[in-house]
Design a protein around this ligand. Structure first.
Ligand SMILES: NC(=O)c1ccc[n+]([C@@H]2O[C@H](COP(=O)([O-])OP(=O)(O)OC[C@H]3O[C@@H](n4cnc5c(N)ncnc54)[C@H](OP(=O)(O)O)[C@@H]3O)[C@@H](O)[C@H]2O)c1
Length: 315
């Protein structure tokens, strides 16, 4: 099969488009014929990209943790999916990803592809939407009527978080550069703040939840916008305990986990038009290097997706 692979730890410059062995599905796994693969710009720096689940080095490695495709074959003991099913899902981190013509995935992590989306749009969903869902509803317990500030709301995670928070009935403020502001208002953001010209902590107070997808100085300045008893949940970096304690708030970091149940619920919202995937760019698999370079250059709006099956229409 064709795949985009790295043979050493590094950046997009080390990605090569080449022939690779087609994976065999192990017990509990499904082999997926990949139609489209979503990438996360930072994933080439993650330790899991180069490790097996038991901690051994894993090279060469195939990136891409969002998949949309069709079940081709099953390993022993799979009951969740059948050959021919159109599925989407999050490929677990310490294993080869979806930037390839085939990927083996734990069948329990897959859900039916939302029927109203083509594969390219479906591949923009799993990792970002699950991260947003888990941040808002599992870790922060966001409720209707609460106020949330989302940092990096135009990015992969942020664009889903803004829509899911609005769907839950929360009041959404968001940071992003000004060119994204009209777009963010379409997603349901009530107050868009240009992080380049406005210090968000000078215009916001008593927020119930902060979702931080940026980290660093952005996280440091976020404690003071929370009400006592509020929650800062970060996907960017673990919050230090002291400022959370001093502000009387919770600081949470987590790593997104695959969830078939949540993907089924997210598919229902996608099919109902309550939320939609946002595509920054769609490139063919052979241009995976360019896709990562584009993502790492910053300022993306939504997800970058690799089109693997050339017969799938470009949206
Ligand atoms: N822990 C987990 O499970 C998990 C899961 C997914 C992602 N992540 C991590 O979460 C982070 C975000 O991922 P992503 O895929 O959503 O990112 P992304 O798609 O690359 O988007 C980042 C967004 O932030 C904006 N931005 C940059 N600097 C900003 C600032 N100072 N304030 C506000 N917005 C700013 C960018 O555009 P503009 O500058 O034009 O506004 C862009 O829209 C990454 O570090 C990624 O590794 C973690």
């Amino acid at each position: 099969m064709k795949a985009a692979r790295l043979h050493a730890r590094g950046g997009p410059e080390l990605l090569v488009y080449e022939d690779a062995p087609r994976p065999d599905p192990a017990a509990g796994e499904a082999l997926i014929r990949v139609y489209a693969a979503g990438i996360t710009p930072t994933e080439l720096t993650w330790p899991e990209t180069y490790r097996t689940p038991d901690g051994h080095e894993r090279l060469p490695t195939i990136p891409g943790h969002d998949v949309s495709g069709v079940v081709e074959a099953l390993g022993p003991g799979v009951s969740e999916v059948s050959p021919g099913d159109a599925v989407y899902g999050l490929v677990a981190f310490p294993r080869d990803g979806s930037a390839a013509e085939y990927v083996a995935v734990r069948a329990a992590d897959l859900a039916p592809k939302p029927p109203t989306l083509d594969h390219v749009h479906a591949a923009a969903v799993p990792l970002s939407a699950l991260a947003a869902w888990q941040a808002l509803f599992v870790h922060a317990g966001l409720a209707a009527g609460q106020r949330i500030l989302i940092h990096g709301a135009a990015g992969g995670v942020g664009a889903f978080a803004a829509q899911l928070a609005r769907w839950r009935g929360a009041h959404v403020s968001a940071t992003a550069s000004v060119r994204h502001h009209d777009f963010l208002r379409e997603l349901g953001v009530e107050a868009a703040i240009d992080y380049r010209t406005t210090r968000f902590e000078e215009v916001l107070r008593d927020v119930d939840v902060v979702l931080d997808t940026i980290g660093g100085d952005t996280m440091e300045r976020s404690w003071r916008v929370l009400r006592r008893g509020g929650t800062l949940v970060s996907v960017a970096a673990p919050p230090p305990p002291e400022p959370a304690r001093d502000a009387g708030v919770r600081g949470i970091y987590f790593i997104v986990e695959p969830s078939r149940v949540q993907l089924v619920e997210i598919a229902r919202l996608l099919d109902a038009g309550e939320v939609r995937p946002v595509l920054d760019a769609v490139l063919p698999l052979a241009r995976a290097r360019e896709a990562f370079e584009r993502g790492l250059a910053g300022h993306v709006r939504g997800k970058i997706v690799l089109r693997v099956d050339e017969t799938e229409a470009i949206p």
